[in-house]
Design a protein around this ligand. Sequence first.
Ligand code: BV8
Ligand code: ZN
Length: 262
Amino acid sequence: MSALTDRLYEGAVRLLEQAKRLVVLTGAGMSQESGIPTFRDAQTGMWARFRPEALATESAFRDDPSRVFSWYLQRLKMVRAAHPNPGHESLVAMESRFESLIIATQNVDSLHSRAGSANVLELHGSLERFYCADCGETVSTDEVLAAVRRGGEKLVSPVVCRSCGGLSRPGVVWFGESLPEEPMREAWEAARNCDVMLIVGTSAQVYPVAELPHVAWEAGASLIEINPDETPVSGSCACTIRDSAATGLQRLVMLLPPHEMD
Ligand code: BV8
Ligand code: ZN
């Protein structure tokens, strides 16, 4: 580790040591070390020719329900086969160091909750939830996973709603859709009241979540970024740690002294 990197971690630890309220904003880079490709990673296999932005919309679903439903089914199976990585586990270990630690995630893979994090705000919903696109009735995920493959097709048709015959859709926020009200209100309030915001594994390009670092900064919080690459928020960060989520978070939690509850 270079002397510069050591100094960056020391700076970040100094900020975290003095913080009581921490908000951690995470994106797809957080789950990359669990084997889940990020949105920037090229899609593979039968999805290679589609951009996620083109599939993650209601119009794409209405145009071709089986294609979009099958994409989410495949992602759900991938996520179920994945495990939280040491980065997720480090955030759980960090909880005892702060009076409050709130995770605002753009990820729909439930890995923060599966790792045991207590306060997770899923701002873009979850692959683990499905509901009827017409009447909103919940459709059980087990029923969705049991959706049979019809004939030789690779695509699976959406499970049909028992109440109204509508098509089931994933409980994620598509482009052009509003974010869930309560998680959004809590995230914006937490950003306005935190001492430090730790921004991990996000390209900070999707709105309105990309505004969160600015909300925190405006309210006087210090920003720390953990990302191998530069992002639009890097310039506003007190420390930019160019490491992976797992490496960076493990090192921070190791360097942080235990927090004495006053
Ligand atoms: C809305 C769920 C309108 C679905 C997702 C201004 C204001 C408001 C809206 C807009 C606006 N400008 C444009 C918009 C529209 C749009 C938008 O932001 N478009 C972008 C493309 C410009 N926003 C919306 O449509 C939002 N809705 O505003 O509705 C409205 C307004 C009022 C009233 C009614 C309606 C909804 C956006 C949510 C879309 N849903 N996900 C699904 O998953 O299928 S977004 C999805 O993409 C993710 O959730 C995530 O948010 C985003 C991907 O970003 P990242 O997580 O950052 O991942 P990415 O791959 O980009 O980057 C990975 C990063 O990790 C990189 O920096 C990389 O360097 C780093 N990395 C890689 N490996 C590692 C690592 N870091 C650490 N460790 C590693 N190992
Ligand atoms: Zn229905």
